[in-house]
Design a protein around this ligand. Structure first.
Ligand SMILES: Nc1ncnc2c1ncn2[C@@H]1O[C@H](COP(=O)(O)OP(=O)(O)OP(=O)(O)O)[C@@H](O)[C@H]1O
Ligand SMILES: [Mg+2]
Length: 273
């Protein structure tokens, strides 16, 4: 199997002294849908951010086979261009159209803003094709902040796809959505990754979703990998170690509602004009 990314003993200590990640070794294989599980504060976001160079490891390094280590600035730029990110809060620009938001995914392909405006026909076609894949073509010209949370998250997915990424990193992509919408959005994300052979690392709070969609589950607790295996190997004792007894028992029967996971967050990030 081809390895697309390696965390080599990556450790993250934040400036305030918080040790979010103890030295962690992890290889991500091409085409896999990897789900990160773990209680709040376990280190999922920190690990995802380190894999994209958004957080600098205090020790160890992240290596892209065939490219090199992310410590090299030029390589980091290339890696980020090839890596699509999907966030819980979408980070859409509400006052812009859905299409304009998706086109933002092309930014990494240009050296300066002046070379990309107006957007090329090829880029617009890519963006429209991405919107069609997430079933939002008919909404392309609407303001992004007029869409529902689930639709906005699909715009976020289209924006990542238009980048033509080799790797997709998604940090709780469905945590702000109601359970039925979350299921639909995650199902869509999973189907696209499988259709394109796209490697994905996705953090989730819903154990049933992890069981259903993951090829591999990595379970974190207090900044350490406690479990790394197939969904079928995710046993009750492992869940107890990751979440504590009550949550583990509950997790087999119910998908936690977003409200039980974390407080609601605004869907749209506005930027000043
Ligand atoms: N910017 C930061 N500065 C200092 N400490 C941080 C920072 N970000 C996270 N931490 C700490 O690092 C640890 C891991 O946090 P992280 O956000 O990676 O966890 P998580 O698993 O993503 O949690 P959640 O499920 O709540 O999103 C926590 O103890 C957190 O308080
Ligand atoms: Mg997080």
């Amino acid at each position: 199997m081809q390895t697309v990314l390696i965390a080599e003993d990556v450790e993250v200590v934040y400036p305030n002294g918080a040790r979010a990640l103890h030295p962690t070794r992890l290889s991500i294989e091409a085409g896999q849908f990897v789900v990160l599980l773990g209680a709040s504060g376990a280190g999922k976001s920190t690990l995802l951010r380190a894999l994209n160079g958004l957080v600098q490891p205090s020790a160890g390094r992240v290596v892209v086979p065939g490219l090199g280590s992310l410590e090299q600035p030029r390589l980091l730029h290339t890696h980020r261009r090839r890596t699509g990110m999907v966030f819980q809060q979408h980070h859409l620009i509400g006052r812009l159209s859905v299409l304009a938001n998706v086109l933002m995914g092309r930014l990494g392909h240009y050296r300066s803003l002046s070379t990309l405006l107006p957007w090329s026909r090829a880029d617009k076609e890519r963006a429209l094709a991405a919107l069609e894949r997430v079933d939002l073509l008919e909404h392309a010209l609407r303001r992004a902040d007029e869409l529902s949370g689930g639709q906005q998250q699909r715009v976020g997915i289209a924006r990542a796809l238009v980048q033509q990424p080799r790797l997709l990193l998604a940090d709780e992509p469905v945590a702000s959505l109601d359970p039925a919408t979350a299921e639909r959005v995650l199902s869509l994300l999973h189907a696209i990754c499988k259709a394109d052979g796209l490697t994905a690392v996705v953090s989730l709070h819903q154990v049933p979703f992890a069981r259903r969609f993951a090829d591999r589950i990595v379970g974190l607790a207090a900044g350490r990998v406690l479990f790394d295996g197939a969904p079928a190997e995710l046993s009750e004792p492992v869940l107890n170690a990751l979440y504590g007894v009550a949550t583990a028992v509950q997790s087999d029967h119910a998908i936690p509602t977003p409200a039980s996971v974390r407080p609601p967050l605004s869907y749209v990030t506005e930027v000043p004009s």
